[in-house]
Design a protein around this ligand. Structure first.
Ligand SMILES: [Zn+2]
Length: 290
C-alpha cells in the first residue's frame, strides 16, 4: 500500500484549502429503506425545510461572501424540487451526485448500485442540464466496488473517505484513478443538529456556537498543516436561522484567511489532477481465519 505524499501544493500561493459543501438530502434521507416514513407528514416537513427555506437562505449567504460551493443533490430531490435545483445551478454552484433516493452503496446489490448512479445522473441532466463530475456516497458509505462504477461513468472525484488530511489520487484498478477529497464526521452538521426520533440523529441538538467552535478548530488544525478542510452541511439542518448565522460568521472568517484557497470541490479536484500524483491503493482488509 502506498502512502499519500505530504501536503498538496495549493494554487495561487495558498498553503491550505477549504470548501463549504451542502448535501440536499431533503426527503430522500428518510425514505430510502423506510418507505413508511412517507406516511409521516411532520417528518416529511422536517426534511422539506431544506429545499423550501434552507437552500434560498444559504444561497444568499454564499452570494454575500462570494463563495462558490458544491451541492450534492440526490436525483429524487431534483425531481421533487426542480426549481430549487435549477436555482442552485443558476447561482453558479457545482451540482454533484448523491445517489437517487440516498441509497447507501453498501446496502444494495452491485446492479442496484450501478442503476442508482445512472438514475441520479439522468435526473440531474434532465432537471439541471448538468453532468456531474463529483460523487459523495449517501451516509459516506462507499462500497469497495463504488470507485470502479464511478470511473466507468467518467467521474473525476469522490468525497466519501476519511483516511487523509489532503486530497489524493485513489487507484481504481491499476489503470484508472479518482481524485479523493476526504471528509470526516466532525465536519458534518448531522451529528450536531439532527434530531428525528425513531429515525436518525444523536438525540442531542447542539448550539450553533458549539458547532462553529468545533468546525473552526478543525479548520485551524488543517490550515496549519497544509490540509483541505471540507465542511458538510444539510440545508434542512443548517438552513435554520440561528445556524445559518453561525455559518455566516464562519464563512466570513474562512474567506478572510489569505493563505487559504477557498474553492468548490470540482475546482479542488481539477487542481489535484494537474499535480500528477502517484495513485494510492486502498486495500480491503483480509479477515483472519476463524
Ligand atoms: Zn446525504
Amino acid at each position: 500500500m502506498t502512502v499519500p505524499a505530504g501536503p498538496v501544493g495549493w494554487p495561487e500561493g495558498r498553503t491550505s484549502a477549504a470548501a463549504f459543501t451542502f448535501d440536499v438530502d431533503a426527503e430522500s434521507a428518510v425514505l430510502w429503506g423506510a418507505p413508511h416514513n412517507a406516511d409521516r407528514m411532520s417528518v416529511i416537513s422536517h426534511q422539506a425545510y431544506g429545499p423550501l427555506v434552507g437552500v434560498p437562505r444559504l444561497l444568499s449567504l454564499l452570494e454575500r461572501h462570494r463563495i462558490r460551493s458544491t451541492f450534492f443533490v440526490p436525483g429524487y430531490t431534483a425531481h421533487r424540487y426542480p426549481a430549487v435545483v435549477r436555482d442552485i445551478a443558476a447561482a453558479g454552484h457545482e451540482i454533484a451526485h448523491h445517489g437517487y433516493l440516498h441509497e447507501q452503496p453498501t446496502g444494495v446489490t452491485a446492479q442496484e448500485e450501478a442503476d442508482n448512479l445512472d438514475r441520479g445522473l439522468d435526473a440531474l441532466e434532465e432537471v439541471a442540464g448538468v453532468r456531474p463530475t463529483g460523487y459523495r456516497a449517501p451516509m459516506w458509505d462507499l462500497s469497495w466496488r463504488s470507485p470502479g462504477l464511478l470511473a466507468d461513468r467518467g467521474f473525476l472525484y469522490d468525497s466519501s473517505l476519511m483516511d487523509a488530511d489532503v486530497p489524493y489520487e485513489l487507484d481504481v484498478d491499476g489503470t484508472r484513478s479518482l481524485v479523493e477529497i476526504p471528509i470526516q464526521w466532525a465536519l458534518d452538521d448531522w451529528e450536531q443538529y439532527c434530531f428525528l426520533p425513531d429515525i436518525t440523529g444523536s438525540g442531542l441538538i447542539e448550539t450553533p456556537a458549539k458547532a462553529r467552535e468545533l468546525w473552526e478548530a478543525e479548520f485551524e488544525g488543517l490550515r496549519s498543516s497544509g490540509g483541505c478542510w471540507v465542511l458538510t452541511n444539510h440545508p434542512f439542518l443548517s438552513g435554520r436561522p440561528s445556524r445559518a448565522a453561525a455559518l455566516d460568521g464562519l464563512m466570513a472568517h474562512v474567506a478572510s484567511c489569505a493563505d487559504v484557497w477557498l474553492a468548490s470541490l470540482d475546482e479542488i479536484a481539477a487542481h489535484v489532477r494537474t499535480l500528477g500524483l502517484e495513485p494510492r491503493s486502498v486495500e480491503r482488509p483480509q479477515l483472519p481465519p476463524a
